[in-house]
Write a protein that binds this ligand. Structure first.
Ligand SMILES: *Cc1c(COP(=O)(O)O)cnc(C)c1O
Length: 407
């Protein structure tokens, strides 16, 4: 169907009243809600279609002018979500969807050269820390784990001429340590090292690492980007299309690590409400953190939004519009009381993962095992979009029941 078949001519022939309001000038909320405002040209659908074809017709002269040849290197449904994420991150190189957050992160380490040195945080996603411990020696990479929240510790760990990557995760999962992306990026730049930031806990709505000097942003899109706990996905966004970025493109294509079109379609649906979910989850987490700080059975609340948090000043500068959905609490009665509290919640879901619309609670030390910096009395909370006062009442009742005396 061509547009000339439309009964009233080409609707695009009518000029918009504000031709200057192009997607580059939209706020993240508008950009996400409209998924860049794209209209599918054949049917005029306002939702991009699901492209399932694994192969594409070549042009008669053997070229592939559509840009698509086969579904392993690229997919049109994945591209829709990639373009929205790239716009939100203001990533000039664009973004690449992977089959999981771990696949996206692993691609970055595998794009390094043998013999390279990496500086990584002590407090980071445990699955990636374990993968690095197991796989880095096989890749001939040396990894030093440092207190990333202390720029001096990063500077001290840099090996001139050897360090090629500084990996940041902020706030760090699950202790909510805050690392200063701009300060670390400067240290890394002087040393000729790249900076990659696992930004899963904040999303581009709260922090844009590339604007702070990072080279690569990584997300587990399984978490708040999708937001509905029904897709496993990862993404990398790049500051520039350099040889390192091209290597990431080649790794994804060669390993077949691209996200499938169904998942990309669901992720695109989730992304449309990202700014609203982030705002609601920020607000809920701050309210919970504040109320839990005064709770007699909570010995500590780890949340960068609290003025007493050691990373609060950096977080207030680096994070825009809130401090995120993730917080952790330390339960006054120790490990047994923490596990028992998680056993007694009704509204919170006792499950791993983060960033969904439903609130999750988890005893992390038993997940992370030996070598974790996570204390045994810690529960990690992922705040959803429920009423935070309902969430507080549920947790309060569970804490008291686990304590066994007060109520
Ligand atoms: C979940 C998570 C990952 C891993 O992502 P998957 O999609 O589960 O592979 C990486 N980093 C952080 C901070 C995470 O929370």
């Amino acid at each position: 169907m061509s547009r000339s078949n439309a009964p009233h001519g080409d609707p695009d022939a009518v000029q918009p009243a504000h031709p200057d309001l192009s997607p580059e000038e939209w706020t993240p909320r508008t950009l996400a809600a409209q998924a860049l405002g794209r209209i599918e040209p054949v049917t005029r659908a306002v939702v991009p279609p699901l492209h399932l074809s694994t192969t594409y017709l070549r042009d008669p002269d053997n070229a592939y002018r559509s840009g698509f040849s086969y579904a392993r290197p690229d997919n049109a449904t994945a591209r829709e979500a990639e373009d929205v994420i790239a716009a939100l991150e203001r990533a000039e190189a664009g973004s690449l969807l992977f089959s999981s957050g771990m696949a996206a992160a692993a691609a970055v380490f595998c794009a390094l050269e043998r013999g390279d040195h990496v500086v990584a945080p002590e407090v980071m996603y445990w699955g990636l820390r374990r993968w690095l411990r197991q796989e880095a020696p096989r890749l001939d990479l040396t990894v030093d784990f440092v207190a990333m929240e202390d720029p001096d510790a990063v500077r001290a760990a840099i090996r001139p001429g050897k360090t090629r990557l500084v990996w940041i995760e902020t706030p760090g999962n699950p202790l909510c340590t805050v690392s200063d992306i701009a300060a670390i990026a400067e240290i890394a730049r002087e040393a000729g090292a790249r900076v990659a930031v696992d930004s899963t806990a904040v999303s581009p709505i709260l922090t844009r690492p590339l604007a702070l000097g990072a080279d690569i942003v990584m997300h587990s899109a399984t978490k708040i980007l999708n937001g509905h706990s029904d897709v496993v996905a990862g993404v990398l966004a790049g500051a520039r299309r350099d040889t390192f970025w091209e290597r990431l493109v080649a790794i994804r294509a060669g390993w077949g690590a691209i996200l499938g079109p169904f998942e990309a379609y669901l992720l695109m649906r989730g992304l449309r409400t990202l700014p609203l979910r982030v705002a609601a989850q920020n607000e809920g987490a701050l309210r919970l953190a504040t109320r839990l700080s005064a709770h007699p059975l909570v010995s500590a609340v780890l949340y960068p939004g609290l003025p007493g948090h050691p990373g609060h000043a950096v977080a207030a500068r680096q994070m825009e519009g809130g401090f995120g959905f993730m917080l952790s609490i330390r339960v006054a009665g120790g490990e047994a009381a923490a596990i028992d509290t998680a056993a007694r919640v009704a509204l919170w879901k006792r499950a791993t993962s983060l960033g969904g619309v439903e609130s999750l609670i988890e005893h992390r030390a038993s997940v992370e095992g030996p070598g974790t910096p996570c204390p045994p009395d810690l529960l990690r909370l992922s705040t959803g979009i429920e009423d935070p006062d309902d969430l507080f009442r549920d947790l309060d009742a569970a804490l008291r029941a686990a304590h066994g005396k007060i109520g």
